[in-house]
Design a protein around this ligand. Sequence first.
Ligand code: PNS
Length: 164
Amino acid sequence: MKTKKIAVYPGSFDPITNGHLDIIVRGLRMFDELIVLVAYNPNKSSLFSVEERMDLIRLVTQDLDGRLRVDCSSGLLVDYAKSQGANVILRGLRAVSDFEYEFQMALINRRLNRDVETVFLMTGYQWFYTSSNLIKEAAGLGGSVKGLVPDVVLERLEEKFRTR
Ligand code: PNS
């Protein structure tokens, strides 16, 4: 019997962007199941709560097929992957500047669990220079980030900064 290929796509997703969504859609073509994991550090501050981030991910992926799950964890990523029977960590790579950090993470994760492989997808060129942090900064200063995030995320960002 063929074993299911389950991948975990971890990130802060504060908030989810169109770049993340692109990786999710492409990841679903490669794996039997994809778990989008909000990996959070309780000591780190974020704009959106873990529940809000998971909610937004669910909202913007609701039309994708049922092989996608959304979850959260504050523990070690490789331990989470093992608990789900996943042997792949999926990450998107943008500019060369991502490379060193991603390389370090892939190496430490491999050291922690050699059964889990990190797989990288090059981001779509439209999303090459965007990140959740830059999007938050621009939106917080009143700049338009339309087209960089799904419309519902745009609304939530506007709400957040209106009520601050
Ligand atoms: O979207 P980000 O902020 O670039 O994602 C980074 C993330 C959440 C994937 C990374 O910090 C992570 O894997 N955190 C979970 C804790 C962990 O296992 N760290 C790596 C080994 S020390």
